[in-house]
Design a binder for this molecule. Structure first.
Ligand code: CA
Length: 230
């Protein structure tokens, strides 16, 4: 069965009205929803209920959403969609840096929230489907095994987050070819739109730090390309 159908979602938001509105809407779309209203509550709900996806507000009582993200990603990587204050660049970058897959700025439209949740869950489904095929890609000193979702650089294993892995796989599908950030965002995050550029940039930065600074080439004003033999 696909993850998307009847997925369990943890909604973490300290404003009761927003938390309940999001919860009601997601339940209306057939998702199972569990709720938390502060940092410690989010971590314990995560452990107890094993959700498939987490919607995570940044400013929370106890400890903040970034700390929640660090702790849950260390326990078991799942898609995390951060809910951030409008245009708070620092919040967005910190969130992406601690393992959030993407972000949505407040105030958001419910329709967009539901669509983004669906896109993230479909990505998990696609990854599961890919894992059933056995495909290994060798590009210079880089080796990617799509089935086991493992990556090696110069025969040392590199540990990537699920999103970093999907991004690398997408770039490796056409080595040397420049892909725009919009295309990468649409392909990897399953969601069209220019809002994804910071998300893509942040994940490329993480990929470079883990696989080598020259691995992914920036083509200014255009996008990114994987170097076939970095
Ligand atoms: Ca809040």
């Amino acid at each position: 069965m696909s993850v998307s159908a009847g997925a369990r979602i943890l909604v973490v938001e300290d404003e009761p009205v927003i938390n309940q509105a999001v919860t009601d809407r997601l339940r209306g779309h057939g998702y199972e929803v569990v709720q938390a209203w502060d940092g410690p509550g989010a971590v314990s709900q995560f452990t107890e209920t094993a959700p498939d996806l987490v919607l995570l507000d940044v400013m929370l009582p106890g400890f903040d959403g970034h700390e929640v993200c660090r702790r849950i990603q260390a326990a078991r990587p799942v898609p995390v969609l951060m809910l951030t204050a409008r245009d708070d660049e620092a919040d967005i970058l910190v969130g992406l840096g601690v393992g959030a897959d993407d972000y949505l700025t407040k105030p958001f439209r419910m329709r967009e929230l539901v669509a983004r949740v669906g896109a993230l869950l479909r990505r998990v489904d696609r990854a599961a489907e890919l894992a059933t095929r056995s495909t290994t890609t060798d590009l210079g000193d880089l080796r990617i095994d799509a089935a086991s979702r493992r990556v090696w650089v110069a025969e040392s294993e590199v540990h990537l987050t699920p999103t970093e892995f999907d991004l690398l796989l997408c770039l490796a599908a056409s080595p040397g070819v420049v892909l725009t950030r919009e295309n990468l965002y649409a392909e990897v995050w399953g969601w069209p739109g220019a809002s994804g550029t910071r998300t893509v940039d942040s994940h490329v930065k993480a990929l470079r730090s883990k696989t080598g600074a020259d691995r992914v080439r920036t083509v200014h004003g255009v996008g990114y390309a994987l170097e076939p033999s970095a």
